[in-house]
Design a protein around this ligand. Structure first.
Ligand SMILES: [Zn+2]
Length: 179
């Protein structure tokens, strides 16, 4: 891998290819891993032909290293297994550690700019007062009753939006991003 590419990642990287599903990855040279994160088979092989695979086009903006070391994981697991009452014989810290697997959940961080025009009709409530008169013999003739009614006044509105979104997270495990 060329020097400039390694500088972006801050470590020495090699290309690997899965012989089963044809996925290609870059990994730190020091990371001894042969299991493919996509198909989970032990089929990863170092890929020499950098002409065919040019990862230098994809410099990372940021990357996350594994932050939990094995000793720290051991103490977390010890604490967890200790607190489980009547646990199965197999539920032992060392057994769990022996089966641990790194799982990669790749994500794209997408920057985007959005421009839009909008048009709407907006309704404003208002009250209308009126009176209803009726003749009531028992109450001495004409009686007036106040009536209150809610009506809606519709008005047109126009506007525009210009927004920028940074680092919107989207799944990086798909082959393409649906528009
Ligand atoms: Zn694979």
């Amino acid at each position: 891998m060329d020097k400039e590419f390694n500088q972006h990642w801050g470590t020495s990287l090699v290309c690997v290819l899965c012989e089963n599903c044809d996925r290609r990855y870059v990994k730190p040279q020091s990371l001894l891993i042969t299991r493919c994160p996509n198909c989970h088979l032990e089929k990863l092989k170092t890929f020499e032909n950098s002409e065919v695979f040019k990862p230098a086009e994809y410099h990372p903006e940021c990357y996350l290293p594994y932050v939990i070391s094995t000793p720290r994981l051991r103490s977390i697991l010890e604490e967890f297994t200790r607190d489980v009452p009547f646990s199965a014989h197999d539920m032992d810290c060392e057994n769990i550690l022996a089966r641990k697997r790194y799982i990669f959940l790749p994500q794209w961080l997408v920057d985007t700019q959005l421009q839009a025009r909008w048009q709407a009709e907006i309704g404003f409530d208002y009250k209308v007062m009126s009176h209803e008169d009726r003749y009531d013999d028992r109450n001495g003739g004409w009686v007036s009753r106040k009536l209150e009614e809610t009506r809606v006044r519709w008005e047109s509105r126009l506007g525009s939006l210009d927004r920028t979104y940074h680092n919107v997270r989207t799944a990086g495990i798909e082959d393409k991003i649906d528009p």
